[in-house]
Design a protein around this ligand. Structure first.
Ligand code: GDP
Ligand code: MG
Length: 676
């Protein structure tokens, strides 16, 4: 290698060569013409650590085949002047094309070569993720990423230049061992080696033998001319000719095309290996836009929304129900063992009826709840939830609310407590209070066991649809009541707000599962604490006073229930068991099922059978609606008080929901009775 102080900048037109050139040389530039041609020649001085280097901005070219004047000028300079270092400037956003020149310069083998991946900003905005380090190691040369027009990476470039120019960074750098240098296919490599071996020593001093051989195989007129003048010229050229014909015979097409194809093939492989294409922000946005034209369409938006919700609920019940069966079998099995083998009798009753009956009855629904949270996570993560809000926005406006209120409402399907806290994102206090007040109508996961139990027992064939209708009823009620509350308490306009629609994502499996897992974990913990405590209370009250038949009408709980039951008779479920289940359900909604499990000392399918004897489909439906609407659980009441900072609002939430729930249940039962 030569040891002049010349650094050549090569690159495709518009790769940013001149920009980098200017960044390196500043004002120390001279502009002239290349000898003999009118192509502009730019030279400048780069001063690094007290040393002056000559930087030459070569004409922009796509290759070194000398088909144009520019290519010839660039090639001649590289071959004849042998700069110590060639920095190839590449447009990193278009490496497939830009690497061709770089590969040819590497093939030339006369100088140290470094690659400057310029336009990294463009590459990134196109979603290209280039593993510069690994690619550099693979190619056996340093790659410096830059953004020329912002001078980013220029200092790194200078550092590498300095290393190379001081002889400390040549191709023997042990980190940079070329792993797979570019090779043509075997027949060509053999031919190149044979021709290369025939190149006389003194010519090889001027031009690398391999390079000359490659040029001859590619039928490059300039090199043919050079070789013609040699003593062995004729012999070499006839050898080249016979090799070319031999190879063309094998390939079936001309050697030049074949060689160019192999270079492109190699480059494609390298790019595919080290450049990952993520869908760019622009791609994703336009993709999102296209999806959105359908999904948020004026007419299709709502039907699609309900279809997606319906599918989500179907999956929740059908898929979740599959696993519930196993848990049910487990608790039934456990209950049978403790009932038969455990002594004394009161302990057996406590464990079987209280713990297993009560807590087990609730835990059976864990798979459903897990699926529900999974669906919610997927809707949130995918970006669809925001579309739901957007689609509902129109409807929400008609009801006097803003679409933004919709997300806290949908979160209510999981649990009303965090959902009510999520109303903090609403700027307007009126909107916020209304959204809080109607939030409990969004049926939380704790109420799901009631629906699954009742719908499973009474509407076997259509349970998914029945449960969906309950959720839908909750949504409709929430919207109607929002309108009513608005006109009752806060007259005036809604303020217009901007709805953000983030681009869609394919949800990450790990993320959504983790989120569903954690939220379900809270449900299990609740089963072990508050629900456990509540069912113990129910069990005690069902067992006392001493001597009374367990869970009979004369037990404490029976008497309590009997006082309340007449109130519920018009709704079709005037049983004291139903009354106390609802009563204790205020502690936590899961306790509704827990109480029934404790009182009827059975879980799952056993409990289902009992429900089927006590309820008709009509009274069962009324009971589900009651469960949906009546009085929020204690935790929700507390969070309403905290977030509105007023007991009055909390009290109002309790009062309206109790009246509304009871009225609806009664209405459904009474009206329904006329038809069935
Ligand atoms: P040349 O033809 O290779 O000499 O390219 P130039 O240096 O003239 O640059 C072509 C255009 O690309 C100019 O408008 C530069 O400002 C711009 N440019 C250079 N480097 C970058 C870069 O890293 N990012 C972006 N976005 N533009 C660049
Ligand atoms: Mg230029």
């Amino acid at each position: 290698m030569t040891t002049n102080r010349i650094i050549a900048l090569a690159g495709n037109p518009n790769s940013g060569k001149t920009t980098i050139f200017n960044a390196l040389t500043g004002s120390n530039q001279r502009v002239g013409n290349w000898p003999g041609v009118t192509v502009e020649k730019k030279e400048g001085v780069l001063r690094l650590e007290g040393m002056d280097y000559t930087v030459v901005d070569l004409p922009g070219t796509y290759g070194l085949s000398a088909r144009s004047i520019d290519e010839r000028v660039a090639r001649d300079f590289l071959v004849r002047n042998r700069p110590s270092l060639v920095a190839v400037i590449l447009d990193a956003s278009n490496l497939e094309r830009n690497m061709y020149l770089a590969l040819q310069i590497m093939e030339l083998g006369v100088s140290n070569v470094i690659l400057v991946f310029n336009m990294m900003d463009v590459a990134r905005s196109r979603g290209l993720d280039i593993d510069v380090k690994a690619m550099g190691i693979f190619l056996g040369l340093p790659i410096i990423p830059t953004i020329g027009n912002r001078r980013e990476g220029i200092e790194d470039l200078k550092r590498v230049i300095s290393l190379y120019m001081r002889g400390r960074g040549d191709g023997n750098d042990d980190k940079l061992i070329r792993k797979a240098p570019f090779k043509y296919r075997q027949e060509l490599e053999d031919a190149i080696r044979q021709v290369g071996a025939m190149i006389p020593k003194d010519l090889a001093k001027k031009y690398p033998a391999r390079w000359v051989a490659i040029r001859l195989m590619e039928d490059d007129g300039e090199y043919r001319h050079i070789v013609e003048g040699l003593a062995s010229g004729k012999e070499i050229l006839s050898k080249v000719e016979s090799l070319r014909q031999h190879i063309e015979g094998i390939l079936g097409y001309d050697v030049e095309t074949a060689m160019a194809e192999m270079r492109y093939g190699y480059i494609n492989g390298v790019v595919r290996e080290f450049v990952k294409k993520k869908p760019s922000v622009a791609d994703r946005l336009s993709m999102s836009d296209r999806i959105d034209t359908v999904v948020t369409n004026k007419y299709l938006g709502l039907p699609i929304f309900f279809l997606i919700m319906w599918i989500a609920f179907m999956l929740t019940f059908d898929l979740g129900g599959l696993f519930s069966t196993y848990i049910d079998s487990f608790f039934t099995f456990l209950g049978n063992i403790t009932a038969v083998h455990m002594r004394p009798e009161w302990l057996a009753s406590f464990v079987t009826d209280g713990v297993i009956g009560g807590v087990g009855a609730v835990l059976v629904f864990l798979p459903n709840i897990f699926m529900l949270f999974l669906m919610l996570s997927i809707l949130e993560e995918s970006g669809y939830m925001a579309r739901g809000a957007f689609v509902m926005d129109r409807l929400m406006h008609a009801m006097g609310l803003h679409g933004k209120s919709f997300i806290p409402l949908v979160l209510g399907f999981g649990c009303n407590v965090p959902a009510i806290m999520a109303t903090r994102t609403l700027e307007n206090r009126k909107d916020r209070i209304i959204t809080i007040l109607v939030n409990p109508l969004m049926s939380c996961s704790a109420r799901l066991p009631v629906y699954v139990l009742f719908a499973g027992a009474l509407f076997r064939a259509h349970q998914g649809t029945v449960i969906f209708s309950i959720y839908l009823l909750g949504v409709i009620l929430a919207i109607l009541l929002a309108r009513i509350f608005k006109s009752m308490f806060f007259k005036g306009e809604t303020t217009p707000l901007v709805m953000e629609l983030p681009p869609y994502h394919i949800p990450e499996a790990k993320g959504v599962f983790l989120s569903a897992w954690q939220r379900s974990g809270l449900f299990v913990r609740k089963a072990g604490t508050i629900i456990f405590a509540a069912v113990i209370l129910v069990w005690l009250m069902a067992s006392l006073p001493a001597g009374v038949g367990y869970g009979s009408e004369h037990s404490l709980i029976g008497r309590l229930g009997s006082i309340m039951a007449p109130v519920l008779s018009p709704a079709g479920f005037g049983y004291w068991q139903a009354a106390v289940a609802l009563f204790f359900g205020i502690l936590a909604k899961e306790v509704v099922v827990g109480t029934l499990g404790t009182l009827y000392h059975t879980t799952g399918s056993g409990l289902s059978a009992v429900i089927a004897t006590h309820f008709t489909p009509l009274s069962g439906y009324a009971f589900m609606v009651m469960t949906l609407v009546y009085i929020p659980c204690i935790a929700t009441i507390a969070v309403i008080k905290r977030e509105t900072n007023s007991w009055a609002w909390a009290g109002f939430a309790v009062a309206y929901s109790l009246v509304l729930g009871w009225s609806l249940a009664v209405m459904i039962f009474q009206v329904g009775r006329m038809f069935v």
